[in-house]
Design a protein around this ligand. Structure first.
Ligand code: HEM
Length: 288
């Protein structure tokens, strides 16, 4: 069943004594007398209300048009207007904050990709070009570079919140598992992005990182070969890291965030652990 509209979006009932207009307000009803000043004020207010109503009608008509053709209202209502448990607090915004950081990375990344050149001879120069010559390039590059750190910090804080609030327990285990994969992908995103400026630090840090991978048991050497694109670190390594960084991982993260949010909408968020469930009435009465 479609959940009811939240109170703020329901049409207001007419004020007592006013003529029921389109939005329930009326110039005469507000003044109730002949004072011309008050009458003028009430008329202005009624005009303002009518304009507000008209302005609201445009998006409502657009949504109506879309809804008639897609039937999306029940889905959107169920997804957006959900009840949250008592005691929900600021810690519950960390997941959305992480999502915002991801969207920031995606948008700024697309802009950077328009100028970046993933070749061993051009990569460093193209990043310098973005910073020094491109309009707002330094800002966008800074947002992407610092945004990556913000996303990593936020994803850990969000994981900490769900852990300490016990939100990983039944029935949310699957969402925790999806979260773990999201965490690994976020770290992989940072690792592959670090090489892209192709300066000395990026190069040697990635050589060390790939060698650490190579030292892993059984799969380690294969993984390192896959990341390098062969036995040696070279041109293929950079284009491979770039493809993984801008296509593979963001696609996977976006799909998994979709699944993560679907489960949040379906199961609802968990209540904080210090909140005790209310006893069912019959049980309480039985005890008495
Ligand atoms: C890209 C990374 C992630 C994004 C964008 C994300 C987003 C979200 C959002 C928006 C919510 C609902 C609001 C909230 O409770 O904060 C949520 C809930 C949840 N997330 Fe994440 N998340 C991410 C990573 C993780 C990680 C790493 C874990 C744990 C390993 C995790 C586990 C959970 C759990 C268990 C819930 C349900 C919380 C509850 O019911 O109270 N998430 N996530």
């Amino acid at each position: 069943m479609t959940p009811p509209l939240p109170r703020a979006l329901r049409p207001k009932p007419p004020r007592p004594g006013s003529k029921p207009g389109r939005n329930g307000a009326s110039a005469n009803g507000a003044t109730g007398g002949g004072d011309p000043k008050a009458l003028k004020k009430a008329r202005k207010q009624a005009q303002r209300e009518a304009m507000k109503q008209q302005a609201l009608e445009v998006p409502i008509a657009m949504l109506g048009w879309l809804d008639e053709r897609t039937g999306s209202t029940p889905f959107l209502r169920a997804f957006l207007f959900r009840k949250t448990p008592q005691g929900t607090n600021w810690y519950y915004t960390l997941g959305s904050a992480t999502m915002f950081a991801f969207v920031n990375q995606a948008v700024t990344g697309v802009v950077l990709a328009m100028y970046y050149n993933p070749s061993t001879t051009q990569a460093y120069g193209s990043v310098r070009h973005i910073i020094n010559d491109v309009f707002l390039g330094e800002l966008v590059r800074g947002m992407h570079k610092w945004g990556s750190t913000v996303m990593v910090v936020l994803v850990f804080l969000h994981m900490g919140r769900t852990f300490f609030f016990g939100a990983y327990k039944y029935p949310r285990e699957l969402n925790w598992i999806i979260g773990v994969v999201l965490l690994i992908l976020t770290m992989a995103m940072s690792f592959t992005g670090y090489l892209l400026p192709f300066d000395q630090r990026a190069f040697w840090a990635t050589v060390v990182g790939v060698n650490i991978n190579a030292s892993g048991p059984i799969l380690g050497p294969y993984l390192a070969d896959f990341l390098r694109g062969g036995a040696e670190f070279g041109t293929t390594t950079l284009s491979r890291f770039y493809a993984i960084h801008m296509l593979v991982i963001p696609g996977l993260i976006a799909a998994l965030i979709g699944a993560h949010l679907y489960l949040v909408a379906k199961l609802g968020t968990s209540a904080p652990p210090w909140l005790k469930a209310e006893k069912a009435r019959e049980l309480a009465e039985e005890e008495i």
